[in-house]
Design a protein around this ligand. Structure first.
Ligand SMILES: NC(=O)c1ccc[n+]([C@@H]2O[C@H](COP(=O)([O-])OP(=O)(O)OC[C@H]3O[C@@H](n4cnc5c(N)ncnc54)[C@H](OP(=O)(O)O)[C@@H]3O)[C@@H](O)[C@H]2O)c1
Length: 266
């Protein structure tokens, strides 16, 4: 193992150093740090949750690379604001507002069907929208809100837009990034991590890289952080997430939930 790999792995295993901005700053200086992505003029990217935080930073990142950016927010006014902010940050950006409440599968289906009928191409879908409600909340479909937003909506969008799509990026771990969501839902965590928390742009770095870099196409289905695939579990004991039966049950549940909304097969 090279010294660079040893340092990179140590940052990852320490969690605090790796997920904070020190990890990104250090990794960028290590030999073998993957090159910045090329321009992707003419490509189209759809970013969900683009009105704030990582979504807005991601949308700006793709706009800087020359892509047409579809900025999706919960309601039309916030979507228009997001598109205007992208154009203000990136002069000449081609940013288009898209509105959809992703917590409703009927709304996701209607948005995706209209988008697919209207738009000639979609090269990258970034499933970024997320919530962390203080109390258990149910969606109009009866699903738990966080599960509906982070799991069912990405699955539904990816399925419904599959005919158009190139890459799909599900935002997993971007590192600890200073966003409205973190400030609102985790104020104590935000205070504790203040000295080391990443900016939203730093958190968006790997999302944009995954959407544009040719090397990212070599492998699929992995958990990425700071431009490298990372382990999803550390070997400290049995992990309930790794159970094959659990995975099958979750997949069957998602399939049934989407089928009930007229979406699928997956
Ligand atoms: N920041 C971090 O440190 C961190 C760490 C790990 C993972 N993440 C993940 O990164 C993603 C972005 O988080 P963030 O920190 O940037 O949070 P954020 O600032 O709260 O951004 C999330 C965005 O998602 C939108 N959204 C939520 N529910 C929606 C719905 N039903 N329909 C349409 N849009 C919806 C929100 O819009 P509204 O304002 O209208 O609700 C908001 O614009 C999330 O998936 C989060 O889990 C973040």
């Amino acid at each position: 193992m090279s010294i660079a790999t040893t340092i990179d792995t140590a940052l990852d295993r320490s969690i605090v150093l790796g997920y904070g901005r020190i990890g990104l700053l250090a990794r960028r200086r290590l030999p073998g740090w993957p090159a910045d992505p090329p321009r992707i003029d003419g490509q189209a990217v759809l970013v969900t949750g683009a009105a704030s935080g990582l979504g807005l930073a991601t949308a700006c990142g793709f706009a800087r690379l020359g892509a047409t950016v579809h900025a999706l927010a919960r309601d039309p006014r916030r979507a228009e604001q997001a598109a205007a902010e992208i154009r203000a940050s990136v002069p000449g950006a081609d940013a288009l507002a898209q509105a959809c409440d992703l917590s409703s599968l009927a709304a996701v289906k209607s948005f995706a069907d209209e988008f697919a009928a209207r738009e000639p191409r979609l090269d990258v879908l970034v499933n970024n929208a997320g919530v962390m409600p203080a109390e258990r909340t149910r969606t109009v479909d009866g699903h738990e809100l966080m599960f509906a937003t982070h799991v069912l909506a990405p699955l539904a969008l990816s399925t419904l837009l599959a005919g158009l799509l190139g890459r799909v990026i599900n935002v997993m771990h971007p590192g600890w990034a200073d966003t409205e969501g973190v400030r609102r839902s985790m104020p104590t965590f935000r205070t504790i991590t203040g000295p080391i928390i990443r900016t939203a742009q730093e958190g968006a770095d790997t999302i944009v890289w995954l959407g544009a870099a040719p090397e990212a196409l070599r492998e699929t289905g992995l958990f990425w952080h700071d431009r490298r695939p990372r382990p999803t579990h550390y070997r400290l004991g049995p992990s309930p997430g790794a159970s094959e039966r659990g995975r099958d049950e979750l997949w069957a549940y998602c399939e049934a939930a989407l089928a009930a909304a007229g979406i699928g097969p997956l």
